[in-house]
Design a protein around this ligand. Sequence first.
Ligand code: TXA
Ligand code: MG
Length: 359
Amino acid sequence: NTMIIQVDTPQFDRDIERAATLLKKGENVAFPTETVYGLGGNAFDEQAILGIYEAKGRPSDNPLIVHISNKKMLEDLAIEIQPYVWHLIEAFWPGPLTVVLKKKQAVSSRVTGGLDTVAVRMPNHPVALKLIELAGVPVAAPSANLSGRPSPTKAAYVIEDLTGRVACIVAGEACEIGLESTVLDVTGENPVILRPGSVTQEQIESVVGSCEVDPALRDFSSEFAPKSPGMKYKHYAPEAQVTVYRGDGTQIIQMLETKCLDAISNGYRIGLMIFEADDLVLRNLSKDWPENWQAHVEICLEGNPSDLSEFARKLFGDMRYLDGKGCQSIYIHGVEETHLGRAIMNRLEKASEGRVFKI
Ligand code: TXA
Ligand code: MG
């Protein structure tokens, strides 16, 4: 039996205290953040952590991010915090930056997946901050989706995935950023990005001078086709098969047109995630397509390539939407790997299991 709390109600203050009490007692509570919804548990309570893995159906060797409501709490969790880390925190907290540090003994190895480091962030969201503060403990929280499904960017998706599996869901607005936080290893002399997010390498460099990217993250700039699709990338995806095209816009549209015509003539459904300018061109081309084309082609718009924040915000929700529409394939107009584009391409690579093509 899952308690669902709405944020914009007169009784919210009382409800959020109940949610915090549940957290304190070792229950699991899902809540909104600025990135994606999180599924929280008291970071100092082993049972609560086990509950998270169980609710998500996630293997328990995958470490969790611990969420805090003020910067001082970092010192309850981590040791050997170098001066440059405080500069980063000053610049980006509260916000979508997670720092990985040497853990304190008190932090359970269940939270850290057996590692001697702990990942910590202070989310930039009033509901998340209030919940953590009222609970009075750091809150370990992965994204609040069932394992393997796209991260939830709206309360409806959390309710869909986790009703009956957790004690409480705090149902707020859609997430402002839509992609998970940047995960940054700050145990060394220079920070290293382990997972790209909306705090970009360029922004981090502007604060600390130098920032590397984990070599395990793929660099698309020199690739023309995936080396081994599906081999080294964990499934993290919609039901539909995802394919990403990058490169020349005109050729991408030609490719998309052939995919549309194939779906129309063979009677199946596909989804497109494209920019507004692509849509204009395609709709013009569609004048020559069979009249019923819209029964076979679902289009999700991602805004415009000069501002990728809309693409980031909509990406996961669009995948769920296109799945819901029964699309058997999804074709996506990929982007350059700079700034926010690096995080977007990282998620698209996983969702497509490496089916990223440069044309
Ligand atoms: O935006 C976010 O980060 C969201 C919201 C809820 O805060 N949370 C999130 O959690 O995305 P999750 O569990 O889905 O992803 C955690 C990521 C994983 O890639 C994990 O491998 C990495 O953080 N991570 C956690 N602890 C780590 C550690 N000690 N060392 C290296 N990576 C770690
Ligand atoms: Mg996740």
